[in-house]
Structure formats: C-alpha cells, structure tokens
Design a protein around this ligand. Structure first.
Ligand code: FRU
Length: 485
C-alpha cells in the first residue's frame, strides 16, 4: 500500500540526524540498496545539483527529501569523490533555513572560481496561501561548508509563470561574462530558458532575454534543469522538457533531451543543427547535469537521476527511492553525443566471472554481438522465463527493451516497452547491473538505456542468443552507505 503523506509530513524540517536514524536502520536491510551507485541515506534522492570539479575533488549534491520517497522539503545532500568512482557521504550541503527557501532548496549548479566553489540554487518560497516565489540564490562553499548570501541574486519575472528555477551558472571567457540559464515556462505554458548575465559571479545580474531555439517554441510545457556546454567544437544544450508526450516514448510526459548546434550570445539564439535526441532511451532517467569542470582536461562529465517525477517505485514502501546514474563522459561525433561510462570505472571490478547464466547482484557485462537479430534476457528465473528482455531487430536497427516479464512491475501506466533506435548495427553492449538499476551502453556509447529494476530473489539468471559473446565481472562497493547527515 502506498503511503498517503500530509503536507505537514512532507515539509517537516529535519532537526537532527536522530529524526531519521530509524528510517536509515530499516532501509539498510533492503535487498534493493545499491552497491556502487550514489543513493539517499534515507528518503528520496532526485536531481543532481552543484556538480563540479574543484581543487582536486569532485563535488556533487542531490535533491534530498529525508522523510521518505516523497517530494517534499528539499535539501541539497553533498557527496565528494576523487575519481568519480568512489564516493563519500558528506552530509547536508544546503538546507531550507531562510525566508527565501522556506519550502525547499531546489535544484541548481556550481561554479568553481579561484579558491571558491559558488553554488547557485532555487529558493522555493511559499507563502501562507501556498503561492510560490522562486528566488535565484547563491552560496559559497568554503572548507566544505556552504555560506549562503543573505539576499537572492534575483527574483522571478512576472512575464513568465511561477515555474522559473534550476539555475545553471557558467562563465563565457570570450565575452568575459557570467551567465545563468533558468528553466522556465511562458504564461501560456510553453517550456523555455531565461538567460541572465553579469560581469561578476555574485552580483550585478541582469535579465538578458529569453533564449530563442528555432523550431522548439512549442516543445513541452516546462524545461527543467537546462545546461549548455561546448563539447568538441559544438554547443550542446541539454534540458528536461515535461508535460508533453514525445514520439516513441510511450505514455511518459517527462523527458531528457539534447540539441547540438551553435549558441549566439549576441542574439541569445541557440540554432540546432538537427532534431533533438534523447540523452537516454530508458524508463527512468531525468534532470541530467554536466559538471562544471575546472579540470584542465577537456573531459565532459554528466550525471542524472535514475527516476522520474510523478512516478512511483517499489522501494517507496521502504521509505527510500532514487539514485544517481553512473557518471558518463561525453563526446560529440558525427552530429551526436557519444556517452561512455566514466573512465576508471573498471576499478570496481573485483572478480571476472565465468558466464554461466547467473547474474551477480552488482556486476558488469560486456557483450560482443555478431551480426543479425539478437536477444538478451536479464533477471530471468532459473528456467529462463520472465525477466527484462532486450530484442534487437537487425532489419530495422532497433533494440526493444521490455520489462513486462519482471515479477515486480511498476509504473505500468507510462509504458513498460521502449525502443532504442540505432544508427549502426548493434555490435556491443556494456551493461551495469546494481541491486535496483540497470544501465545499457550500446555500441560504445551511441545510445544509453537506464532503468530501475527490482528483481526478486529467484530473478538472478540470464539467457543470451548464440551470436552474443559475454564477459562478466562482479563489481564492488564504491559508496560507503554511511549515516552522515
Ligand atoms: C526536477 C525538479 C526541478 C526542481 C526540483 C525540485 O526534477 O522539478 O525543476 O528544482 O526538481 O526538487
């Protein structure tokens, strides 16, 4: 039975870590706790926030609601890493403790400048009549401790709806200007991006205009979590359009797409070279964010939430839900993104396994596919029935993933069968299985498919067609599930 939450329960302020110790203790026993993915200590984790490399360390925050698998009062929970493979829980980064963010520190980004890491976030204010005012706020992270600026950088624009949030701050060296992209909605409920600019990171912000994206004036009802980056000489615009259905995506109304094109800061126009593409073809992927990378290398790293707004997952009963994807490295090639699991992820391999039809709880599969149709059935029973089925149709160059065969079905209403259209014939799959998720990297990153999955005890087998050669590793823990709040 799904729990009904009252508003007071969802927006309860966390007074001390002891408030959630009991929840932590019972969720630790869950069979679905992830082994090498970032997951919430308790409650819900959703969007990644404030992802950046700063002074030799990767910082990541995520939207966190401590009380359970419910969207209520949001904190920024902080994790750090030296290599994007092993992560350390650092505790709360930002908490809703000012008048501007009295109902949540909502999503945002980070920008490393000199010795400082600046955090930009949405202060979600609601008044006694529950009328919302989204403020764009900032904080400085010094020695790991964030200090909020006393006043917001700017408030919402009255000529757009109340949906104005998720600041992505960045610096454009050619123009010696800082920019903030805000995910927004017009008054007639069309998704868009608002652009702000300043010569300084923490003050002097002015509204520059609404981003023009020719051809995308009617594309979804709200664009959440926008971000832009120059990758391999092209501008890449990433955002999560919602309140709309898109072709090939069944009944889902939440998506995460990208456009490759050119950004003109004089006219505030992003001109796409071609049609949008899905960042990920899976059931559960949203709110991806690119790291602000102060690393001198040209690495571009992306991470996202394994989960979707307005959806429900079986671990809700256990008072937790959601995790982060594996970080991915991005390249632009032939007009599309190539996404590969972060380099160094092989460090997680603890043992190479002889492929014998049984899956480890946490593991990696590399499948080399010879030409023709292909089938892979993961999480089947011992006799090969049930499970999550990937079928490749070579004539059509389409992989179809069907999760109707799993014992624990969920979110049936958004569809349980999705296609991955490919530009090339299927030749390889790199698959990362954790206790409640699976990520398929197809053809060295041509497409990715991320899904939650909640196999029962007997669903730990697989079958593969003869033209697939499997290598398999057991993967070890990378996130110590410490109770740090
Ligand atoms: C996306 C989102 C953001 C918002 C945050 C609140 O999932 O709705 O737009 O800032 O979640 O948790």
């Amino acid at each position: 039975m799904m729990k009904e939450w009252t508003q007071d329960e969802r927006y309860r302020v966390l007074k001390s870590s002891e408030d959630v110790r009991d929840i932590y203790e019972h969720i630790c026993k869950s069979a679905y706790r992830q082994i090498y993915h970032i997951q919430p200590v308790t409650g819900l984790s959703s969007d990644p926030n404030g992802f950046a490399f700063h002074q030799g360390k990767w910082h990541l925050f995520y939207q966190w609601c401590p009380w359970g698998a419910v969207h209520g009062l949001k904190y920024w929970y902080h994790v750090t890493s030296e290599d994007l493979v092993s992560w350390k829980n650092e505790g709360i980064g930002l908490k809703p403790d000012t008048i501007y963010d009295n109902k949540g520190t909502h999503s945002g980004s980070a920008l490393p400048i000199g010795n400082e890491l600046y955090l930009y976030y949405t202060g979600n204010h609601r008044d006694e009549n529950w009328i919302r005012t989204p403020w764009t706020c900032a904080a400085k992270l010094s020695d790991g401790v964030p200090a909020k600026l006393p006043e917001p950088l700017f408030g919402p624009r009255p000529d757009h709806s109340e949906h104005q949030r998720d600041p992505k701050a960045f610096y454009n060296a050619e123009r010696d200007t800082y920019y903030i992209f805000i995910g927004a909605q017009t008054l007639d409920k069309r998704g868009c991006v608002l652009v702000y600019e300043s010569k300084e990171p923490l003050n002097g912000w002015t509204f520059a205009g609404r981003l023009a994206v020719p051809g995308y004036e009617q594309f979804g009802g709200m664009w959440e979590c926008p971000c832009i980056e120059r990758i391999d000489g092209k501008d890449v615009l990433i955002f999560s359009p919602q309140y709309t259905k898109l072709p090939g995506r069944s009944e889902s109304t939440n998506h995460n797409v990208y456009l490759i094109g050119s950004m003109d800061y004089d006219t505030l126009t992003f001109t796409p070279d071609s049609c949008y593409r899905h960042l990920d073809f899976g059931f559960d992927f949203y709110a991806a964010q690119l790291a602000a990378n102060a690393d001198t290398s040209d690495r571009n790293v992306l991470i996202a939430w394994i989960g979707l707004p307005d959806n429900h997952y079986p671990t809700e009963e256990e008072d937790w839900e959601g995790s982060m994807t594996l970080p991915r490295e991005l390249r632009v090639k032939d007009g599309q993104l190539l996404q590969t699991p972060v380099s160094g992820i092989e460090k997680l391999r603890t043992q190479e396994l002889v492929p014998n039809g049984t899956l480890p709880a946490a593991g990696e599969l590399e499948v080399h596919v010879e030409k023709g149709d292909f089938d892979l059935n993961l999480f089947t029973k011992e006799d090969g029935t049930g499970g999550m089925h990937l079928h490749y149709n070579a004539d059509e160059q389409i992989c179809t993933v069907d999760r109707t065969g799993l014992d624990r079905r969920f979110n049936e209403q958004i569809g349980e069968i999705l296609d991955i259209p490919l530009d090339q014939q299927l030749s390889s799959l790199r698959i990362f299985i954790d206790r409640s998720s699976v990520e398929f990297f197809v053809n060295n990153g041509e497409a990715v498919f991320t899904s939650h999955v909640y196999p029962t005890e007997s669903e730990c087998h697989y079958t593969v067609s003869k033209n697939g050669k499997v290598k398999m590793w057991k993967l070890g823990a990378s996130v110590v599930d410490d109770f740090v709040i």
